[in-house]
Design a binder for this molecule. Structure first.
Ligand code: SAM
Length: 276
C-alpha cells in the first residue's frame, strides 16, 4: 500500500533531524522536495540516495496528481521542505489533502518547526497561541491584518523575512502600541542564534543592527482585563446582577451591596459584557 510521510527537517542545526526521519527518508521510494538541491545536500550529508522530485508552491497541485499515481503503484513517498515542518507556511497542504482524498494513509514524522522552537523559549506560550505565519508584504495590508489581531488575548506567532523585519516591527508597534511585549527569535539553532524580549516600542533600536537572518516574532496577546481594584466578591455580585438587569442598574445595586465604587463597577461591567 502506498503511503505518504510528511517529514520535518532541521531549521539550522542538522543534528535536529530525528532518527525516524532518517529511517523514512532512506526507506521511501521517492522524496518530494520543495527545493531538490537543498534537500539533496541534506540527504547526502546523511548518506541517503533516495530519488528526489520537486514539489513547490507553484507546481504542488499538478505534482500531487503524479504522487497519487506513485502511491497507486504501491510506492512510498515522503515530502520535505527546505527547513522545518511541511505545511507550516510551506507547501504540503494540497498534497496531503489530495492523498487522503485518494484513500491513502498520511503519516506525520514530527521534528523541527521554527514557530514551536521560538514559542518554547518565549515564556509566552502558556496561555495559548495563534500561529499566523507571514503577514502580507505591503504595509497597508499588513496593518489591516494586525488591526484584526490586536484584541486577541493569545500570543501571536509570526514569520517574517529579514529584509522586512524592521518594517514589520514598526507596523506592529503602531497598531499594538509601544507597551506590547514582543519576543524575537533569530537564527534559531544556528551559529548566530539570538533571543530577545522587549516592549514593541524598544524593538527598532535592537533590530537596527540585526537585519539579516531568519526571524520568528511572538507578540504577547492583548491584556483585555487591566488589573482592577474591584474585589472578587463584588465581581461575583455584579456578574449575577448583570444576568437580570441592565448594566447601570446592576452597577448601582452591586455598589450598594458591596460598598465599592459604582463608577468602577460600571466600567468593569461594560468591559465584561462587551467581551461576551
Ligand atoms: N516550515 C517551516 C517551519 O516549520 O518552521 C517554516 C518555513 S517558512 C517558509 C520560513 C520562515 O520560518 C522564515 O522566514 C522564518 O520566519 C522562519 N524560520 C525558519 N527557520 C528559522 C530559524 N532557524 N530561525 C528563525 N526563524 C526561522
Amino acid at each position: 500500500m502506498g503511503e505518504l510521510y510528511v517529514v520535518a527537517t532541521p531549521i539550522g542545526n542538522l543534528g535536529d533531524i530525528t532518527l525516524r526521519a532518517l529511517e523514512i527518508l532512506k526507506g521511501v521510494d521517492v522524496v518530494a522536495a520543495e527545493d531538490t538541491r537543498t534537500s539533496a545536500g541534506l540527504l547526502r550529508h546523511f548518506g541517503i540516495s533516495t530519488r528526489l522530485v520537486s514539489l513547490h508552491q507553484h507546481n504542488e497541485r499538478q505534482k500531487s496528481e503524479a504522487i497519487v499515481t506513485l502511491l497507486r503503484e504501491g510506492k512510498k513517498v515522503a515530502i520535505v521542505t527546505d527547513a522545518g515542518t511541511p505545511g507550516i507556511s510551506d507547501p504540503g497542504d494540497i498534497l496531503v489533502e489530495r492523498v487522503r482524498e485518494a484513500g491513502f494513509r498520511v503519516v506525520p514524522v514530527p521534528g523541527a518547526c521554527a514557530a514551536i522552537a521560538a514559542l518554547s523559549v518565549s515564556g509566552l506560550a502558556g496561555n495559548g497561541f495563534l500561529f499566523k505565519g507571514f503577514l502580507p508584504a505591503k504595509s497597508s495590508q499588513r496593518k489591516r491584518e494586525l488591526e484584526a489581531l490586536k484584541e486577541i488575548s493569545f500570543s501571536l506567532v509570526f514569520y517574517e523575512a529579514p529584509h522586512r523585519v524592521m518594517e514589520f516591527a514598526r507596523d506592529l508597534t503602531e497598531v499594538f502600541g509601544e507597551s506590547r511585549r514582543v519576543f524575537f527569535a533569530r537564527e534559531i539553532t544556528k551559529l548566530h542564534e539570538e533571543i530577545h524580549r522587549c516592549m514593541a516600542g524598544e524593538s527598532i533600536p535592537w533590530l537596527e543592527s540585526r537585519q539579516r537572518g531568519e526571524y520568528v516574532i511572538v507578540a504577547e496577546g492583548a491584556q483585555l482585563e487591566p488589573p482592577s481594584g474591584i474585589s472578587e466578591e463584588a465581581k461575583r455580585i455584579l456578574g449575577i446582577l448583570l444576568r437580570h438587569m441592565p448594566v447601570s442598574q446592576a452597577a448601582k445595586a452591586a455598589a450598594e451591596i458591596s460598598g465599592e465604587k459604582r463608577g468602577e463597577l460600571y466600567d468593569f461591567a461594560l468591559k465584561s459584557t462587551n467581551r461576551l
